[in-house]
Design a protein around this ligand. Structure first.
Ligand code: NI
Ligand code: MN
Length: 232
């Protein structure tokens, strides 16, 4: 088994190498992502691509990444349907509350408090609702990728059921929860480690890891990455 490796591409785009050596790409936004280092703009190798919702800052590069890697895309039903119309064939449509096995890991789609829609040919297209993911890894641990969301009480239930070791939580505020609510989320989830995301990309995303660090419960480690950086 490998150590879990987390690479941040900036914003909410992550490549995670699992203990079993599989590469999971979350919310691919590369070309237009101002936080993504130039060296990482090309679609990475991946074994599965997970998309939390249909906003461009989470999926503008999903078609390119799926074509380049050949990896299946896991997303909510309506988003997968739209990707199918764009020519993608390896799709794993699902919905919140369901679980599937993909690339050797167990993926559960969770609730998220957010919206979902994409401007396609000048029209706002409905792409289902926003979601998060719990991934059950090969070594028995779980990770929780919240996507874009506000705080919600059922994070406690996600904590009870899945006991995630690490949570990836948005902290930028305005479009998602900010640091104070993300700190509460850590307590509700019972996680020991949190990776802040959806911050710093634009000036309007004002939440910072420093604020989060000052607010998380004792014993919770804030893993602050720089775009392009990998942590094991
Ligand atoms: Ni969004
Ligand atoms: Mn977003």
């Amino acid at each position: 088994m490998h150590p879990l490796a987390i690479t941040w591409f900036g914003h909410s785009t992550f490549l995670i190498r699992t203990p079993g050596g599989k590469r999971l790409l979350f919310d691919p936004w590369l070309q237009g992502n101002p936080a993504c280092p130039a060296a990482l703009k090309k679609p990475p190798q991946a074994d599965a691509i997970l998309v939390s919702h249909g906003h461009g800052d989470h999926m503008d590069d999903v078609v390119a990444c799926a074509r380049e890697s050949g990896a299946p895309v896991v997303a909510i039903y309506e988003l997968c349907d739209w990707l199918g119309r764009k020519g993608l064939q390896r799709l794993e449509p699902m919905n919140r509350g369901g679980s599937i096995d993909v690339a050797g890991v167990r993926v559960t789609m969770t609730d998220a408090r957010h919206s979902s829609g994409y401007v396609d040919n000048g029209q706002m297209v409905y792409l289902g609702e926003a979601a998060g993911f719990v991934v059950g890894l090969e070594d028995g641990r779980s990770i929780y990728f919240a996507g874009d969301t506000g705080l919600f009480g059922d994070m406690r239930l996600i904590g009870e059921i899945h006991r995630p070791a690490i949570a990836f939580l948005p902290i930028g505020d305005r479009f998602t929860m900010g640091p104070a609510d993300a700190a509460r989320a850590c307590a509700m989830l019972g996680v020991r480690q949190v990776v802040p995301m959806h911050w710093g990309t634009f000036p309007v995303l004002t939440g910072t890891p420093a604020e989060l660090k000052s607010l998380v419960p004792a014993g919770v480690d804030v893993l602050e990455l720089k775009p392009g950086e990998t942590a094991e």
